[in-house]
Design a binder for this molecule. Structure first.
Ligand code: SAH
Ligand code: SF4
Ligand code: F3S
Length: 436
């Protein structure tokens, strides 16, 4: 039997598309392996959001060259870096057989066939980035968590961001199709449904019907069964009261919201083309906290955007201090070719970015700890993920607020909801015991 390996970089959208690539390769008769040295086909599903992502891929390609020389492995590059680079990538690295944007992954079988025929040097499919990709089955790593893209692409053009250039314009998946998929997953006993999009709360803007993100959430919650709905990412500028109200009245929607703030200074937010001010973001958070008690918030933050001075950076620290995010994904600004910010004056030195990132991480770590401590003595409902990765003797699960909870219990409980009393709170995990 032939083996195939898929290495995934980047965001949840790539994780979802890797699950589809996996299914396609399985249907072709490949056995999926994590051991790339034994693979007859290897797909790198790439990201290009920051410069580091590309450097990582170059490093990996050096390893793949050795494997290809030994086994004649077919090498495919999919994802945003492949979409951005196109044919150039295959020219630079002749070991690459297939270069493919992710809206084309349905063509993997024919691309492999063409390469195997020996008549083609490379297969390059990077067109159609403004089409709605065909629906494909996925093979998720988890039997409990399924993800569904609800929009593809992005229209926001935040000035630092390359995503709109590699993922095309925003296209919404018809609501009936999303509802069918959710129903299908719930029937198959999935307990957590993750809705994906670059800006989920602009869902429906391009549809001719009145459907929007709030109505989509409402319809999903009407589906019978015990499951949780999560989504990434909403944009603060589009976070309307209708969405907040639907979340507030539906316990099926997880009490954990990822609301990327990016920066605290209104001047920087404007340069980023984010279309909200520091005050508006804080007001939004305040409203959410009042209407959805106990909600946990997570965010993305960039430090060192062009023209960010110390005062601007202090605004970012101030937001982090005031909002108290459970988790923040914190990045140094990375210049991306073709974006508006790459051409701005006032680019900052790496040292300044590093120093600010460190200060930000220090503050955020304190805040994360504060968000954990409040669980002490509480009883929480936990979706059991299975044996903990670090210690197989205990179970690991997550609350609706996405806090990791560690406790002892039968492995059979995997994929069910249990009540756990929290006895100890550490920064990244809570420890407790099952109660009935
Ligand atoms: N569409 C999503 C995610 C975009 S990419 C959203 O808007 O939230 C994920 C994160 O990467 C962004 O939220 C941002 O914080 C970060 N990012 C994007 N471009 C970047 C860049 N050029 N440099 C550093 N971080 C960047
Ligand atoms: Fe990038 Fe902004 Fe679109 Fe997110 S909303 S993908 S950060 S352009
Ligand atoms: Fe990266 Fe593309 Fe996602 S650039 S963050 S994999 S949309």
């Amino acid at each position: 039997m032939k083996n195939a390996a898929i290495l995934t970089y980047g965001c949840q959208m790539n994780v979802n598309e890797s699950a589809k690539i996996k299914k396609i390769l399985k249907n072709m008769g490949y056995n999926i392996t994590e051991d790339i040295s034994k693979a007859d086909a290897i797909f790198l599903n790439t990201c290009t959001v920051r410069e580091g992502a590309a450097i990582q891929i170059y490093g990996k390609l050096a390893d793949l060259k050795i494997i290809k020389e030994k086994r004649g492995t077919i090498i495919g590059i999919t994802g945003c870096f492949a979409q951005e680079q196109g044919e150039e990538l295959a020219k630079k690295f002749p070991i690459i057989d297939i270069v493919m944007g992710n809206q084309n992954i349905g063509k993997i079988p024919s691309a492999i066939e063409k390469i195997e025929s020996g008549d083609f040097k490379h297969i390059i499919y990077t067109g159609e980035e403004d089409e709605l990709p065909p629906r494909l089955d996925a093979e998720f790593d988890s039997k409990r968590t399924a993800s569904i893209p609800i929009t593809y692409g992005c229209n926001n053009f935040c000035t630092y961001c390359i995503v709109p250039y590699v993922r095309g314009r925003e296209r919404s998946v018809p609501m009936a199709q999303i509802l069918d998929e959710v129903k299908g997953f719930v029937e198959k006993d999935y307990k957590e449904i993750m809705l994906l999009g670059q800006n989920v709360n602009s869902y429906g803007n391009d549809l001719k019907t009145k459907e929007n993100f709030a109505t989509l959430l409402e319809e999903i919650c009407k589906i019978e069964g015990e499951f949780l709905v999560r989504f990434v990412s909403p944009h603060p500028k589009d976070f309307g009261d209708d969405v907040i109200d639907v979340i507030a009245k539906n316990e099926k929607i997880a009490r954990s919201l990822h609301i990327p703030v990016q920066a605290g200074s209104t001047k920087i937010l404007e340069l980023m083309n984010r279309k909200y001010t520091k005050e508006k973001y804080l007001k939004l958070v305040e409203k959410i906290k009042i209407k959805i008690p106990g909600v946990a918030l997570t965010t993305d933050i960039i430090v060192g955007f062009p023209n960010e001075n110390e005062e601007d950076f202090l605004d970012t620290l101030d937001i982090v201090d005031k909002v108290k995010f459970d988790i923040a994904f914190m990045f140094m600004y990375s210049s991306r070719k073709g974006t508006a910010a790459a051409k701005m004056d006032g680019q900052l030195d790496q040292e300044v970015k590093k120093e600010r990132l460190k200060r930000l991480i220090d503050l955020q770590n304190q805040k994360s700890k504060e968000t954990s401590i409040v669980y002490e003595g509480k009883i929480v409902r936990v979706l059991v993920d299975g044996p903990s990765k670090k210690n197989k003797e205990v179970l690991s699960g997550r609350t609706s607020t996405n806090k990791v909870v560690i406790f002892t219990g039968d492995k059979e409980l995997e994929g069910t909801f249990v009540n756990v009393k929290i006895n100890e709170c550490r920064t990244w995990s809570l420890y407790g015991e099952i109660i009935n």
